[in-house]
Design a protein. Structure first.
Length: 386
């Protein structure tokens, strides 16, 4: 009994020994030790791409030189995303892996064995420092590895909110350096080449009403070096095939607008518009609308439609002159209109004590465009919020 009273007295009168009785307790004494490294969320996603179509740049399954070749591609892409908190820092780790089977590079004898099934992987880490309630700074770095290609990227940026978080201004600067093997159209390796891409972005997000949010952004990218994959073929007017020749400088400008509107029947509609222009002569317009509808407290459905139209660069042709300074027959650079139709079903379940929610979604998209390319995209995800 005496020992218990003595222990109680030490607890009550301990501040008087070696310190003033009226001295306030420290933050750590009141709140405890600051939290260490904790995982906030983890998400796994798997996507399957099944592409078919024909393009003049491909030598696969080409009946004649003047006719396009197969652009058949199958991609299996697992992804891992981990978001962690460390005091004033939030870290996001993203690891996508691509297993690609593509008809176009398979047609080159010298690299067909390696490209029959080509694996690629990336690692991207973004660390955000919460400077204050209004301001965030971030640093981003990553790399990409695949057999004929290496890539490194580094980015910095930040955001600042104003007017009780009703307005947010953001900016970022990114640098990407690519190191790639250079081949001719017969598959012979000619050494290594490089590509540099420097990108800057400035955006503003504005709360227009309690149910409406708008976002505007401008981005500029300057690319230098080898801007082709080097084995793309171009049909010549003489009836032969020759290598693609692209300018070594490209200025790209993009203007983006987004609008999100809550709907009174437990839904929301998102609108997106993008205008693109570059110094190669390409003009592009993209418009997308997505409708979200909640069907219960734990699930929702998303329907989306996207249309994209672009013009071709001044040097695009399916029949080039042999002495042309620049030439390309790449179907991705051609004049075309593309459309995407998609649907996704998602549920968020809460039945595990240590997990705030478990996310599941299943989606499908159909992509098709006017220059003979079609893609089926299947995706599913499993995620946990802790």
């Amino acid at each position: 009994m005496i020992r218990r009273l003595f222990a109680l007295a030490l607890v009550i009168f301990a501040p008087a020994f070696g310190a003033h009785a009226d001295e306030p307790l420290s933050d750590s004494a009141i709140l405890g030790a600051p939290p260490g490294f904790t995982i906030e969320s983890l998400r796994l996603r798997f996507t399957h791409y099944d592409q078919e179509g024909r393009g003049y740049q491909s030598q696969a399954d080409r009946p004649q030189v003047s006719q396009p070749g197969s652009e058949a591609v199958t991609v299996e892409q697992p992804q891992l995303e981990v978001v962690a908190n460390q005091g004033k820092f939030t870290h996001r780790l993203w690891v996508p892996v691509d297993i690609v089977t593509a008809a176009s590079p398979d047609a080159l004898d010298a690299i067909s064995s390696a490209s029959r099934t080509n694996e690629a992987a990336s690692l991207d880490l973004t660390s955000t420092y919460h400077l204050s309630h209004e301001s965030d700074l971030f640093l981003r770095g990553g790399f990409h590895l695949e057999e004929p290609f290496r890539s490194w990227n580094l980015g910095v940026g930040g955001s600042r909110s104003f007017a009780d978080d009703n307005t947010v201004i953001s900016a970022s600067l990114n640098q990407v350096f690519d190191w790639l093997d250079r081949f001719n159209i017969f598959g012979t390796r000619l050494g290594r080449d490089y590509r540099s891409s420097t990108n800057a972005n400035l955006g503003v997000t504005q709360l227009l009403s309690p149910t409406t949010v708008a976002h505007l952004e401008y981005g500029v990218t300057v690319q230098l070096g080898q801007l082709s994959n080097t084995w793309n073929a171009v049909p010549l007017a003489t009836g032969n095939l020759a290598e693609e020749r692209l300018p070594s400088l490209r200025h790209r400008h993009a203007f983006v607008g987004r609008l999100a509107q809550a709907l009174p029947w437990h839904g929301a509609i998102h609108g997106f518009y993008r205008f693109y222009v570059d110094n190669w002569g390409i003009l592009a317009h993209s418009f997308e609308v997505a409708l979200y509808q909640r069907f219960s407290s734990f699930g929702y459905v998303r329907l989306n439609y996207r249309v994209h139209h672009q013009t071709a660069p001044y040097f695009w042709t399916p029949s080039a002159a042999a002495n042309a300074q620049y030439r390309s027959a790449d179907s991705d650079l051609a004049d075309f209109t593309a459309q995407t139709l998609g649907a996704l079903v998602a549920v968020d379940l809460r039945f595990v004590r240590r997990v705030q929610s478990m996310h599941l979604d299943f989606g499908y998209e159909r992509y098709f465009r006017t220059n003979d390319l079609r893609v089926n995209i299947y995706t599913c995800a499993l995620g946990f919020v802790f």
